[in-house]
Design a protein around this ligand. Structure first.
Ligand SMILES: NC(=O)c1ccc[n+]([C@@H]2O[C@H](COP(=O)([O-])OP(=O)(O)OC[C@H]3O[C@@H](n4cnc5c(N)ncnc54)[C@H](OP(=O)(O)O)[C@@H]3O)[C@@H](O)[C@H]2O)c1
Length: 309
């Protein structure tokens, strides 16, 4: 088989120093090869997550310094271009989405167990929006808080990418959701099937009480709302802005997501059947990664930013 130059050298976006979006550079680097149990994916779309600009900006450099230069990107969707040894569930040509490392690149490799097939009726950019945020939202509820039917869970940032999948998971379990969002987001969260909605910025939840809190925002206003947690409940947060534990019935605890291809496949089925959605707000070419970071970091978009290759 003829190997083209593009199969060996690929375009990618990397940074060589921490800093503002301008540190992102388009470069040619070696394309990866799949190891045992891995897929090589030709990337067609890669999702921008808050983690991308937080790593780039150096937020984690004291606790987890990166080896620079570094290619960011944790979500891709594309087509399987090569299948590693021992992979039985995927074939070359399959449309897939996956949790990855170094996603801002023409090719990625990742364990097949982190991948899910993308049906023809789901657009590839929409598929690239899902893995990290959707899995985080669902795992936060199902694995982290584990509420029982009839309990009440406060979900902050409920129309955000993580928050909307936390709402989906909670409602699916028969849990009563109180959503804390901006006033401009009340209608959207109501349309998701939530009827008790509070202004997150007010920092007060009146006479409402919560059995658990699923936080995706963090900060003092969330700490104010958490004062209404009943004793015995849990506060889990995925946010990097801390929630002050003073005066709360439980200590806010950080929750981290893990890649899971089977669960991702189930979430894709829920998206395709209209049970939950992940809006795509902007699509930009890979070469506009810096602008994509500026937009995502500014917030207020109402959906994901996706880089198209
Ligand atoms: N621990 C993990 O494994 C993990 C995984 C994924 C994400 N995360 C973290 O989870 C957080 C949310 O991620 P995401 O992908 O859901 O981001 P996102 O799509 O931008 O959603 C964030 C939501 O929170 C809202 N929000 C932000 N600040 C607010 C405030 N002060 N008051 C009211 N609403 C506010 C945003 O509204 P606007 O757009 O109007 O600002 C948006 O609706 C980020 O900190 C991210 O780093 C952690």
């Amino acid at each position: 088989m003829k190997i083209s130059r593009r199969d060996i050298i690929m375009r990618a976006i990397q940074f060589s120093e921490y800093g503002s979006p301008e540190v992102l550079q388009l470069v040619d680097v070696d394309a990866p090869s799949p190891g045992k149990g891995e897929l090589k994916i030709k990337t067609l779309a890669t999702g921008v997550n808050p983690a991308d600009f937080k790593w780039r900006g150096g937020l984690f450099q004291q606790v987890m310094p990166l080896q620079l230069p570094h290619i960011v990107g944790y979500d891709v969707a594309g087509v399987v271009s090569e299948v590693g040894e021992d992979v039985t569930d995927f074939r070359v040509g399959d449309r897939v989405t996956a949790s990855v490392q170094r996603g801002y690149a023409e090719f990625v490799t990742t364990p097949a167990s982190f991948c899910a097939k993308v049906p023809d009726d789901l657009e590839i950019a929409e598929a690239a929006a899902l893995p990290c945020a959707a899995l985080t939202g669902v795992q936060l509820i199902e694995d982290g808080l584990r509420p029982t039917p009839g309990q009440t869970v406060l979900i902050t940032g409920a129309v955000g990418s993580v928050g909307r999948f936390a709402v989906h998971a909670a409602l699916s379990l028969g849990v009563r959701v109180v959503a804390a969002v901006r006033p401009s987001q009340f209608d959207e969260v109501r349309a998701m099937g939530v009827d008790t909605i509070i202004d997150l910025g007010s920092g007060t939840a009146g006479d409402l009480s919560f059995d658990h809190v699923a936080d995706t925002v963090g900060g003092p206003a969330v700490a104010g709302l958490c004062k209404n947690l009943v004793p015995g409940g849990s506060i889990l947060t995925v946010a990097t802005t801390p929630v002050n534990p003073e005066g709360l019935a439980a200590t806010p605890t950080f929750f981290g997501f893990h890649p899971d291809g089977e669960r991702l496949a189930a979430l894709i089925r829920d998206v395709v059947s209209g049970k939950v959605s992940m809006p795509v707000a902007r699509r930009l070419p890979l070469t506009d990664a810096a602008e994509a970071h500026r937009l995502a970091e500014a917030g207020g978009l109402g959906g994901k930013v996706i880089l198209i290759l």
